[in-house]
Design a protein around this ligand. Structure first.
Ligand SMILES: [Zn+2]
Length: 146
C-alpha cells in the first residue's frame, strides 16, 4: 500500500481586485443585490457590505439592539455602496502578504514533514493512520473542566 501524506497548501482568498470583488459579492450581498455582479464597474463597498448604509454603535439599544435604530450613510463610500477599484488594491495586497507569510510557514512545515517521513517507514505510518487520532493540545485542554 503506497501512502502519501499531504498538507493543505495555503491559497489566497483573492489575488487581484476582480477576485476580491467576487469574494465581497459572495460574502456581503444578499440575493436581491446579485444583479450588481453583472455590472463590471460595480465594486461593492466592503465597509457597509455594498448597502451604502451603516448602523452606529451609539444608536444600539442594550435591550433591542439595532431594532428601530436609524441607518446612516456609510462614510467610506458616501452612501453609494460602491468603491473605486483602486480602493480594492491595498486589501488585495494585505491578503497577498498574508498568503506569502503562510507559504513560508507551509514550506518549513513541508520540509519538517519530509524529515519525519524519512525517519519512519510505511508500516509506522499505516499503524498511526489506523490507530491514532491527532488532537491538538489546545483541543484537549479546552475540554477539561475548569
Ligand atoms: Zn460603504
Amino acid at each position: 500500500m503506497a501512502i502519501s501524506l499531504k498538507m493543505d497548501e495555503p491559497k489566497p482568498r483573492y489575488s487581484n481586485p476582480i477576485e476580491l470583488r467576487a469574494y465581497v459579492f459572495n460574502m456581503t450581498l444578499y440575493s436581491h443585490d446579485r444583479e450588481r455582479l453583472n455590472d463590471p464597474n460595480d465594486y461593492p463597498c466592503f465597509y457597509c457590505g455594498g448597502k451604502g448604509k451603516v448602523r452606529k454603535p451609539e444608536d444600539r439599544c442594550p435591550i433591542e439592539g439595532y431594532k428601530g435604530a436609524p441607518w446612516h450613510n456609510c462614510g467610506k463610500c458616501n452612501g453609494s455602496g460602491k468603491l473605486h477599484p483602486a480602493e480594492y488594491e491595498p486589501i488585495v495586497e494585505d491578503e497577498l502578504n498574508d498568503f506569502r507569510q503562510k507559504m513560508r510557514k507551509y514550506e518549513l512545515l513541508k520540509n519538517q514533514l519530509e524529515d519525519i517521513l524519512h525517519r519512519i517507514d510505511e508500516i509506522d505510518i499505516e499503524f498511526l493512520l489506523e490507530n491514532v487520532r491527532v488532537v491538538p493540545d489546545s483541543a484537549v485542554s479546552d475540554s477539561k473542566p475548569k
